[in-house]
Design a protein around this ligand. Structure first.
Ligand SMILES: [Cu+2]
Length: 111
């Protein structure tokens, strides 16, 4: 894979592609009962950077089925303790919650 060449364009792609365009109109999951459309996704990737101040995690993630292609991007998390045990190079499995245009990591497990 020509990773180094495509990283810059992937980052740009990510800004656009990470908007939740994959959401379809005919999905009615349990979250709709709360009046909020929320979907969760499971992803796998490698941590590239941890920013405890901004509570973000840069992850080089694999394709997330039904959501987005493989790319490197920053994820927000609500819970800074998720970040405390992570460092660049860690391979992780993570759970994303996509709620009304806000995407956050809700769970992380080291692999
Ligand atoms: Cu992405």
């Amino acid at each position: 894979m020509k990773v180094s060449i495509t990283v810059a364009s992937l980052l740009l792609t990510c800004v656009v592609a990470c908007q939740p365009t994959a959401t379809t109109t005919n999905n009615s999951n349990s979250a709709s009962s709360r009046g909020v459309t929320s979907k969760t996704y499971r992803g796998v990737g490698v941590v590239e950077a941890v920013d405890a101040d901004k509570r973000t995690l840069k992850i080089n993630h694999e394709k997330i089925e039904g959501y987005m292609d493989a790319m490197t991007m920053d994820f927000q998390t609500r819970n800074p303790t998720l970040l405390s045990e992570l460092k660049p190079g860690d391979r992780i499995e993570f759970t994303l919650e996509d709620t009304a245009n806000i995407v956050v990591i809700t769970n992380v497990k080291k692999l």
